[in-house]
Design a protein. Sequence first.
Length: 484
Amino acid sequence: MNVIPASTQSLNHVFVSAKGWSLDQILSANPNFTPVPRITPQKFLSETSSDELNEPLIVEGWHKQPGWPRLKFNLDWFKLHGPQGPEISVRNVRNWTDRPMSLSDFLDKSRQTPPHALEHELERLYGKDVECPDEWHQCLHHLGLPSWLLPESSHDLLSSLPIRACLFSDRVKTLMCYIGIGDTFTPCHKDLCASSGQNLMCYTENGGSSLWFMTASKDIFKATQYLHSIEQELDHETHFITIDKLSRAPFQIYVAEQKLGDLVLVPPRSCHQVINLGGITVKTSWSRMTLDGLIAAYYHELPIYQRLCRFETYRVKLTIYHTLMKFTEELRVLKQSKAPRGTRRPKSKQGSGSVSNIEDIRRLAGKLTKLVDVYDAILINEQPHPDIPFRSMEDEDDRITCDFCGGDIFFSFFECRGCSLNQAEQSMPTDWCVICPSCYTDGRLCECGQMKPTTCKSFDRLLDLRRAALDVLDLPPRQVTKLK
C-alpha cells in the first residue's frame, strides 16, 4: 500500500478569509479566547531556564536587538541568496495543490494579489516549506537566542541520530521559510511527532502580519475530541476551524497577532492554525525535539500515525535508542570527572562533561531514568521469540518502513519476499513487502498473507545498552515484566 502523507490530502472546501478581523475584537467577543503571553528577549533570557514549554509564548522585539540582520532579512537579499534551485514549490490554498514556480514570479504575483480573498477566486498562492538560506541559519545563531532554542543544536534530541541513520543520508531538515500574503493560511495541525515549534517573523510588507490560534499541550485530548465532534481529523491537517466553532470549544484558545520580530514558541502537541493578514510576510520556522516530546511521540503520536497511515518522518524509536546511548556516555563522563584525585579518567568527547557539578549529574540522571523507562516499553513491545531469524544488514540504522502505515521499523517486523512492493521512491533497502508489528496485529497483511517474523538488529545488543544505562545510574539490574 502506498502511504499518502497528510499534507497531500485534499483540503476541506471551506472559504477562509480574515477580512474584518482584528485581534482586539476577536479576544473581546469570545470568552474562551485569551492572548498569547508576550515577553521581551531580555526577560526571556533571564527567566526562562527550561526548554520544556507547555503553553504558547511570544518573545517580541527581536528586530530591535543589535544582532538583527536587517540587510539579510529582506526579500531583495532572499531573491539573490535564497533557494538554490530555479523554482520553489508554491501551494494554491484555494484547491490545496502544489506547483513549481520561480521565486521572482511568485513574489510578483503575490504583490499583485489583493490582501483579501474573494469567495469565488480560483487561486491564492502560499510559499510553504521554502528552503531556508544557510546565511539565515547563521543569523539565528548571532541573534542572541539561547543555545537550547537554536535549530539543530545539541539540545535538540533529533541531533542524537547519526547522519547515516537519516533518510536520504541526511538529517531531516526542519528549518524552513514561509512566504505569504493576506488570507493564505495553514490549517489546524500539530507539529510532527510532539516536537516543539519556533516561528520568527523576519520580514513584512505593507503591514503584513499573521494571526495564530493555539492550544496548550495539556488540552490535546479535548481538542482531538472536539474536532471529532465537528467531523474533522486533526492529523489529516485539512481543516481551518472557523472562529465561531473555536468559540464553542470546551478549552482555552490562545490568540496572537505575530508581527515583525515576534518569535512564536509552539509547545509540543499544541493544536494551532495560522492565517496571514495584509501584505507579504516572511517567516522562518524550525522544530526541536525535547525529552518530554520524544516520550509523548512514542506513547501518543506514533499510534495515531499508525492508525491513519501517516508517514513518521522523525525516527522516534531510533532517536530514543541513540539518545539513551548518548546520555549514558555523558553521565559516565560526568561522574568520572568527579572521581577522587589520582583516579584514572578517560578523555571525554568534545562537549561532554563541560559542567561537572552535582546538580548537573542529578539532572542528567533524571533524564536518563526517563529514557530507560520508555526504552523498556519499546523492548517489551518488540521482544522476539528465540526462534525468530535475525537478518544481517550492512548498517543496523538503515531505514526500513512499514509498507502499510509508513512507520519506521526499529527492530522487529514481518516480511514477505514473494509479494514485492516498489519502494524505490523511498530509497529503502528492501524490495519486498514489510509490515510493522502493529499493522500485522490489525490484520494488515501482504497479498498472499504468508508473512514471516523477522528482526534487523541484535536483541542482545539492545539489552547491553539497557544494562549500561542502569549501571551508570547505579541501579541494580532490574527485571521488567516479559523482558529478560
